[in-house]
Design a protein around this ligand. Structure first.
Ligand SMILES: [Zn+2]
Length: 241
C-alpha cells in the first residue's frame, strides 16, 4: 500500500499468527490512510480476540484508531486471566473442539457445543444471542463482528487446550455438576430413577447416582471414572481456588 508507513511490533505470544519475518522486533507496514489499526492488525493475521491492547507511541489507542505516518505500534496479547465483563462466564465451542467441550463440562463450566457443523454465521449469532465466549482454532470465525467475545485455542492437544482455557479465563470450577453429553446440570438420583439405564452389574456395584436434568442421562463412578478423576484433580491442583 502507498499510504502512511507505520512500524509495528507484536508481543511474543502473538508470533504464531504473523509471518515469520514479523515475529521478532519492529517491522514496517504500509497502510492505506483510511483503514483502522484494528483492521491493519487483523490483515496481518492476528485475530483481535487475542489482542489485549494497541499502544501507539506509548499511548493505548482503540482498535478504531486510524494510523498516521511514522507511528510506532506495539500489539500486546490479552492479559491472563482475562476478564469478560457483561455476562456470566460461559462458552461456545466450535465443532472441532468436542473433547475440550466434554472436559470443560466435567469441570462444571457452562459449555455449549454441537457435534454437527452449524456453520460460522450460526455459531457467531449464537455467541451473540447467548453471550458466550466463542472458542475456536479458526481465525476466520474469530474475525466475525457479531461475536460476543472470542478466544483462539492455541493447541491441538486436549490437555493443553484445557490448561490454555483455564489459565486464560479462570472460570470457576465445579466438577461433577454438569452433563458431559449436553451441558445440563446434574441432580442426585436414586438407583430406581436411573434403573432403566443400568446394566445389571452396574446396578449391583454402585449406590451413588446422578442424573442430567435436561437429557436424563445417568452418571455413576463407573469404568471411566479414574481417567476423568485424573482430569479433574489436575485441573483443581493448578487452577482451583
Ligand atoms: Zn444431559
Amino acid at each position: 500500500m502507498n499510504g502512511p508507513e507505520i512500524h509495528i511490533e507484536f508481543a511474543p505470544g502473538l508470533g504464531v499468527f504473523v509471518p515469520h519475518a514479523r515475529r521478532s522486533g519492529i517491522t514496517p507496514v504500509g497502510t492505506d490512510g483510511s483503514s483502522t489499526l484494528g483492521h491493519v492488525v487483523e490483515s496481518l493475521g492476528v485475530p483481535l480476540t487475542e489482542v489485549g491492547a494497541l499502544v501507539v507511541d506509548g499511548h493505548e489507542v482503540p482498535f478504531s484508531h486510524i494510523p498516521a505516518a511514522g507511528e510506532s505500534v506495539r500489539v500486546d496479547a490479552v492479559t491472563r486471566p482475562q476478564r469478560v465483563p457483561g455476562a456470566p462466564l460461559r462458552f461456545l465451542l466450535d465443532v472441532h473442539l468436542g473433547t475440550l467441550a466434554r472436559r470443560m463440562r466435567l469441570l462444571g463450566i457452562d459449555t455449549a457445543y454441537e457435534s454437527t457443523d452449524i456453520g460460522d454465521p450460526a455459531l457467531a449469532a449464537r455467541s451473540a444471542a447467548e453471550r458466550r465466549v466463542l472458542l475456536s482454532r479458526d481465525r476466520g470465525l474469530l474475525r466475525r463482528r457479531e461475536l460476543w467475545a472470542g478466544g483462539f485455542v492455541y493447541s491441538t492437544r486436549p490437555d493443553d487446550q484445557l490448561r490454555d482455557v483455564l489459565g486464560r479465563f479462570a472460570p470457576e470450577l465445579k466438577p461433577w455438576t454438569r452433563c458431559t453429553a449436553c451441558n445440563g446440570l446434574l441432580a442426585k438420583a436414586t438407583k430406581e430413577q436411573v434403573a432403566d439405564q443400568l446394566e445389571s452389574g452396574t446396578e449391583r456395584s454402585y449406590d451413588v447416582f446422578a442424573q442430567c436434568a435436561d437429557c436424563g442421562r445417568a452418571y455413576w463412578k463407573g469404568a471411566h471414572h479414574d481417567r476423568l478423576e485424573t482430569v479433574v484433580e489436575r485441573a483443581l491442583a493448578e487452577f482451583g481456588t
